[in-house]
Design a protein around this ligand. Sequence first.
Ligand code: NAP
Length: 266
Amino acid sequence: MRIAFIGGGNMGRAMLSAILNQDLTSPQNIIVSDKNPEILVRLRQDFNVFTTEDNFDAASRGNIIVLAIKPQNLEEVMPEIKGKLNKNQLVLSIIAGRSIATLQNGLEHAAIIRAMPNTPAYIGKGITVWTATEGVTNEQKEKADAILKAMGKELYITDENFIDMSTAISGSGPAYVFLFIKSLIDAAVDIGLPPDAARQLVLQTLAGSVEFTAKSGMELAQLMQMVTSPGGTTAESLKVFENGKFKELIAQAVNAAYRKAKQIRG
Ligand SMILES: NC(=O)c1ccc[n+]([C@@H]2O[C@H](COP(=O)([O-])OP(=O)(O)OC[C@H]3O[C@@H](n4cnc5c(N)ncnc54)[C@H](OP(=O)(O)O)[C@@H]3O)[C@@H](O)[C@H]2O)c1
């Protein structure tokens, strides 16, 4: 399996490192093009993959072509490979907000997978939501499935609209969680905890709470009740969250990301 990446930034790097970690292919079978030569030097040094600044050169060498550029760079990249791919090649786009129709028209190519991964893919703990066009063969789907599984969990869906919705949840979601982690560590330090202890307490509280939610089989309301005795410390802090409309704020943030995903969809 030869995999070409157009764009070797954060997500391109995360994907190719996951692919190599899982031995899905060898570094000689990975080709990366990027307009930033420094990125290419680092990828060569770290992974020994083949690199080029020529997107068409990269695309012509891959059975699978991963589009890992930013949405605003798609328009300049598509004409470079438009109509030049052969029908056995598969295009796998992880670009937020850019629709299958845009990719099919812009590339004049039928076999497209649209996927939305997230950055915990760096350590094999991501989740990717994906869908495929009718032009994608079962064999290609199996290969894509293996690539996505190398980055963590994957969820196949048939309705493309769910990809834009997932972008606002799992795609952008790690940033929401990192913001919460940072805010809680900062607050812990503010009340006097040493920074190392604060970090350890916050990370384990999050990790433990997530695993407890997944494994206990209990409802979230019940889990919250277990920590919240009437008139106690948790009840005091939850009142502050409620007064600050924490839940509404999260809904607004998710809606803003979803609106943006739909807006850049063309
Ligand atoms: N990061 C995430 O959490 C995440 C999650 C899910 C999906 N995605 C999607 O993944 C895609 C890549 O995101 P990213 O965070 O990896 O972005 P990134 O770090 O900026 O990487 C994109 C790379 O593409 C390069 N590039 C720009 N124009 C190019 C061109 N015409 N030809 C070749 N290379 C070009 C950029 O170079 P310059 O920096 O010089 O422009 C950069 O090195 C985005 O579409 C995003 O929506 C990201």
